[in-house]
Design a protein around this ligand. Structure first.
Ligand SMILES: NC(=O)c1ccc[n+]([C@@H]2O[C@H](COP(=O)([O-])OP(=O)(O)OC[C@H]3O[C@@H](n4cnc5c(N)ncnc54)[C@H](O)[C@@H]3O)[C@@H](O)[C@H]2O)c1
Ligand SMILES: O=C(O)C(=O)C[C@]1(C(=O)O)C=C[C@@H](O)C=C1
Length: 369
């Protein structure tokens, strides 16, 4: 079992905060210190107990940490590596990052970082369109792919330690070359983001003249554009550090759009149906439970007496404190047996606050594994 004395998280947002929570719940670390430019978010991370101490700059805390996680937007990750390369870092300390693109960062680390510092590039394939510490979850990485892109010259012991660290929080670690990583994620993550944003842009333009467009934007449109709500800064950096693969795929899209335009123009039922059939078949064959925050619920159960009005009582307690219940389910409802309610929330913060309130009202609370 891996256990670090002290971990530094630079960027205590969605991913940094989720890693901190996961490390705590799996005994990976004794003490976590956090650095963030955003004082409000940093103080929230401290008050929620996600980190033990907060600093505004890495210089103030770096000297005695055993693992540094860079969880900031991609271009800031390179800036942080530049800062760290000039600081007195503890011997044996490992640096890793979580950035969505890997080639530029790994190239920078290989050419600029002192040789006695082990940098192991990383990228969890789990996330959300939400940002910030309040969206963080200790279970975000469970069963998710976690890609590592170590340099061939990196100390194998450091790579192994990082691998074991992420396996301990129940992620599935894959080791990959950074260039191959960037080509694949361009297709499965970056171009889909551009396309989702284009769909929104088109409907937004049409909606300027007619408000019915946004009123009628229902399930299908919302499903396919959820990711367009992601952080513009994060996505700007991702696209700018993965230009070649993204451009290659977007040019390929132009050809594909021309094909479908021709089939529709020619009213060609065979081509149109076969296009929808082969894309449906491929989509349906994807592993059913590929993990990501979109499918992640922040939930717990409580014991309740089997009597009328109990659901209303729970909903009122939460409603009075402006906590949004995402879903409520009855797990057991037999006569003379207490029931259980399963409560789901959209954020870790809502889940924590709801647990605190319901405990205060005498309910027995169970967090589901
Ligand atoms: N959101 C996702 O789905 C997802 C998934 C996997 C990887 N990533 C990668 O993780 C990284 C962080 O993304 P996130 O979703 O956690 O974003 P986030 O906005 O939730 O968190 C980023 C945090 O970094 C802080 N920050 C920015 N610049 C900083 C600097 N120079 N010094 C200190 N703090 C700084 C911000 O204030 C913020 O709190 C990005 O590189 C992103 O590409 C994101
Ligand atoms: O689920 C989402 O909302 C995400 O955007 C997560 C997602 C993805 O595209 O799958 C986004 C960027 C990351 O680099 C990794 C994961």
């Amino acid at each position: 079992m891996i256990q670090y004395n002290k971990i530094l998280i630079v960027g205590c947002g969605l991913i940094g905060g989720s890693l901190a929570l996961a490390f705590r719940s799996h005994g990976v670390v004794k003490e976590i210190v956090g650095v963030d430019l955003d004082t409000e978010g940093l103080n929230k991370a401290l008050s929620l107990g996600v980190i033990d101490a907060a600093y505004s700059r890495v210089e103030e805390t770096v000297s005695d940490v055993d693992l540094i996680i860079l969880a900031v937007p991609v271009q800031q990750t390179i800036r942080q590596l530049e800062i760290l390369s000039k600081l007195p870092i503890k011997k044996g300390c490992i640096i890793t990052d979580v950035s969505s693109t890997k080639s530029d960062i790994c190239k920078y680390a290989r050419t600029h970082m002192p040789k006695d510092i082990s940098f192991v590039g990383g990228h969890p394939m789990a996330g959300s369109e939400k940002s910030g510490i309040t969206a963080a979850s200790p279970r975000l990485f469970e069963n998710a792919a976690y890609i590592l892109t170590p340099d061939p010259d990196c100390d194998p012991a450091a790579v192994d330690k990082v691998r074991k660290t992420f396996e301990q929080i129940r992620a599935h670690v894959l080791v990959m070359d950074p260039v191959q990583h960037d080509q694949i994620v361009a297709a499965v993550s970056h171009v889909p983001h551009v396309v989702a944003a284009l769909l929104v842009d088109q409907v937004a333009d049409l909606g300027q003249a007619n408000p019915l467009y946004s009123r009628l934007a229902a399930g299908g449109f919302r499903d396919v554009t959820r990711i367009a709500s992601g952080s513009p800064v994060m996505w700007r950096d991702i696209i700018l550090t993965n230009r070649e693969p993204v451009l290659y795929l977007l040019k390929d899209w132009i050809k594909r759009i021309e094909d479908i335009v021709n089939w529709i123009n020619e009213a060609d039922p065979k081509e149109i149906e076969s296009f929808f059939a082969r894309t449906r078949d491929w989509r349906d064959a994807l592993p059913a439970k590929a993990k990501g925050a979109a499918t992640h619920y922040y939930e717990f159960t409580i014991d309740v007496e089997d009597k009328p009005g109990i659901i209303g009582n729970v909903a009122t307690i939460l409603g009075q404190h402006e906590i949004n219940l995402r879903n409520i389910g009855i797990l057991e409802n037999r006569e003379e047996v207490n029931g259980q309610l399963l409560l789901s929330f959209s954020s870790f913060r809502d889940q924590e606050e709801a647990m605190r309130l319901l405990l205060g009202h005498g309910y027995k609370v169970y967090v589901r594994e």
